[in-house]
Design a protein around this ligand. Structure first.
Ligand SMILES: *Cc1c(COP(=O)(O)O)cnc(C)c1O
Length: 714
């Protein structure tokens, strides 16, 4: 397919750059980023730091220049040596190879409707996807054999544009595989591999083409329904993440689960055990049963085998987060399927039944029934899940419900900002990245001189402010309307205590809680001695009018004289903006309605960058917070009705800001450095980075869930 007008030939001395560009390993290795960036820094930014696009369009003159530069070549050789070692199939030198050798030859199939790997690969919408991305990256680092499966959303997730009235416009994104590190998986005849899957018409199976994205040692297969020969209406099924109605969603999930299993087999992977990330992937369980029945097993035997080799992670206690389909829809899509399982309609529907949450076929219930290992994503969420789903195990006490928990973590090498990374390399050595779950490594942060620490924090903030300004300028020049990140000039003063709040605008996250008492908020923000400013970002789900209204309320507040220009809303929250915000602000705010935040992960990213959290004690923060506010600020949730809680918890936030946080930030030593603040920031790094790293998380998955599901004795 010829799409690009450019196609630069890479000189042979540095032609490894093409391989490097096609493996996302580069994205969490700063030295690799530098190899691309220094070739043409302006071109690097213009291609959105996507090396595939960069290499397609860079001037050959620049490539020839670096190919003759000994200093560049030395850096190139060093990066390529590490790249080859850290993406090799040989995992004998990794944690798995060394410490869990019985797992070294076992392959995990990991299915997720989204993966947040890099900002320019728009196959994620929020925390769930970013977690899957961090999971696969950490698995690569640790040497766990894993093959991922997801969908190729050709329109990505929505890009957020705010109109002049602050209303979110849902602009489709775009994913052109040729502009991404995605390549076709080839079949035996040299053409792109395809599998078939039946939707509602057994006579008209849909063709699904298979792509792959390399993530370190791992392969992520992406399923694409836009295939020639498919009926027109089916070609866009996999085009948009969360873009359609319930039936659209069902079709996508049939592709993910059923075509996903077929794709793994067609591509030659021998999967030993399976992990469904959230209920979206649930149909993989049925397809695996079907294959075993086709080999001669009864459904009971088949399901027993599937149960013993499957892990299911549930990610939310919010009812709308669980997919439920009406029986009549299941009839249309599965009446050809249950005979292949050797069971009747009633037995089939019973697999997805969950009376207490209502009628219909519930993918969370299905996942629990056919997965022998299940977990929530924080200790608290584990408890909430056991209560919520207790009735599926009527013979057991609630505490014995077989759902454990593995608290989420973040991929530290991905989420530490440039300036803090410089500091960590200098003070902690390469171990902060290579051994990020090691507490002793991070204890070293306490020995860093305060003035050096503070200089890096300031630099991080300056980068964030510059990035926000650049982004809104580009937007403004392109559209000349005023609906973009409306930021008054005062906003860019870097001396002001800056609080960040950025996440999906799901209602339970209460984005506007701070506005509960506008006068009190105004007094905090516009205090002439110790001003405070707020930066908000986040998208509302396209169908969520309520979420869009909250965004509009905040955009209006940016123009409200009451708040003195001290509020900004940054448009189009994505992983790029997230990485600037979590490392650039001074405090990370999260105020969900407890206990609905299953984990939350952005606060972990912030804390690991030296940005303390101010948060309700829900999800991960209920575990991460050190009593006495030594590493950030925790607010115990109240237990009244929602409305009362809102008021009480908003007041608790105001109190903490007025009495503790603002004074601490502005209390300076004779050297102008806020030593007491830095003490909290350092504790935030020391206590959060190792404990809430994806490395720690993955090791727990391996020992508690993966090893037993793979049939390996510890
Ligand atoms: C980390 C991240 C999230 C997760 O946010 P939480 O609300 O803290 O769970 C969402 N979106 C993006 C882009 C992220 O990088």
């Amino acid at each position: 397919m010829s799409i690009a007008p450019f196609q630069t030939a890479v000189p042979s001395r540095i032609d490894g750059l093409t391989d490097l560009a096609h493996n996302l390993w580069w994205s969490w290795n700063r030295e690799a980023v530098e190899l691309f960036r220094v070739i043409d820094p302006a071109g690097w930014l213009a291609t959105e730091r996507n090396p595939v696009r960069f290499l397609l369009t860079v001037s050959p003159v620049y490539l020839e220049t670096v190919a003759g530069d000994p200093e560049y070549l030395a850096a190139y050789d060093a990066v390529m040596a590490r790249f080859r070692a850290e993406t090799s199939d040989d995992n004998s030198a990794t944690w798995i190879g060394q410490d869990r050798p019985a797992m070294a030859g076992k392959t995990l199939g990991y299915l997720s409707a989204e993966f947040g790997l890099h900002p320019t690969l728009p196959i994620y919408s929020g925390g769930l996807g970013v977690l899957a991305g961090d999971h696969i990256k950490a698995a690569s680092d640790l040497g766990l054999k894993l093959v991922g499966v997801s969908l190729l959303y050709r329109q990505g997730y929505l890009r957020q544009r705010l109109d002049g009235d602050g209303w979110q416009q849902d602009v489709p994104g775009s994913l052109v595989p040729e502009f991404e590190p995605a390549t076709p998986v080839l079949g035996p005849d040299g053409s792109q591999l395809q599998v078939e899957v039946v939707l509602d018409n057994p006579d008209l199976p849909l063709k699904i083409a298979i792509w792959q994205v390399l993530v370190g040692r791992q392969v992520l297969l992406l399923l694409d329904s836009d295939v020639e020969g498919n009926p027109e209406w089916t070609r866009s099924i996999a085009s948009r993440l969360y873009g359609g109605d319930r039936e659209h969603r069902l079709r996508q999930e049939i592709i993910l689960g059923i075509a996903g299993v077929r794709a793994l087999h067609a591509a030659g992977y021998d999967v030993d055990y399976w992990h469904g990330n959230e209920g979206h992937a649930a149909f993989h369980l049925l397809e695996r049963c079907r294959m075993l029945v086709a080999e001669g097993m009864t459904f009971e035997q088949a399901s027993e085998q599937v149960i013993s080799s499957s892990i299911f992670t549930t990610h939310t206690p919010v009812a709308a987060g669980h997919d439920v389909f009406p029986d009549e829809m299941i009839d249309r899509y599965f009446s050809h399927f249950w005979p292949q399982l050797g069971i009747d309609r009633d037995s089939f529907l019973a697999l997805g039944a969950h009376e207490s949450t209502g009628p219909g076929f519930n993918l969370t219930a299905l996942s629990f029934r056919l997965s022998g290992y299940a977990n929530g994503v924080s200790k608290l969420h584990g408890e909430v899940t056991r209560t919520m789903w207790h009735d599926m195990w009527p013979g057991l006490d609630e505490a014995d419900v077989p759902v454990s928990s593995v608290t989420n973590g973040v991929h530290i090498p991905t989420w530490i900002g440039r300036h803090m990374a410089d500091l960590y390399f200098q003070e902690l050595g390469d171990a902060w990245r290579a051994d990020s779950d090691n507490q002793e490594v991070w204890d070293g942060i306490l020995d860093v001189p305060d003035d050096d620490f503070w200089a890096r924090r300031r630099r991080s903030k300056r980068s964030m402010l510059r990035y926000m300004r650049d982004r809104s300028r580009v937007r403004w020049l392109a559209s000349h309307d005023s609906g973009n990140a409306l930021i008054g000039a005062p906003f860019f003063e870097e001396g002001i205590l800056t609080i960040g709040f950025a996440r999906r605008f799901a209602t339970y996250k209460r984005a506007t809680l701070l506005f509960h008492n506008p006068e009190r908020l105004s007094a905090i923000l516009t205090n002439p001695e110790c001003p405070v400013q707020l930066v908000f970002a986040g998208k509302a789900h396209p169908a969520d009018e309520g979420g869009k209204r909250l965004i509009q309320e905040i955009v209006w507040s940016t123009r409200d004289p009451l708040f003195g220009g001290r509020i900004a809303f940054a448009e189009d929250y994505d992983m790029q903006l997230a990485s600037y915000l979590v490392s650039g602000v001074d405090v990370w705010l999260n105020n969900p309605r407890a206990p609905l935040e299953a984990s939350g992960t952005s606060g972990m990213k912030a804390a690991a960058n030296g940005v303390p959290n101010l948060s309700i004690l829900d999800g991960w923060w209920a575990e991460g917070w050190v009593p006495g506010n030594a590493n950030g600020w925790g607010i115990a949730p109240y237990e009244q009705d929602d409305e009362l809680n809102d008021g009480l918890e908003a007041n608790a936030i105001y109190d903490l800001l007025e009495n503790e946080i603002v004074p601490l930030y502005y209390r300076r030593g004779a050297d102008g450095v806020p030593h007491d603040w830095i003490t909290v920031a350092k504790q935030s790094i020391r206590t959060v980075a190792p404990q809430f790293s994806a490395r720690r998380m993955l090791k727990e998955y391996v020992d508690d869930l993966y090893a037993p599901a793979a049939g390996v004795e510890r």
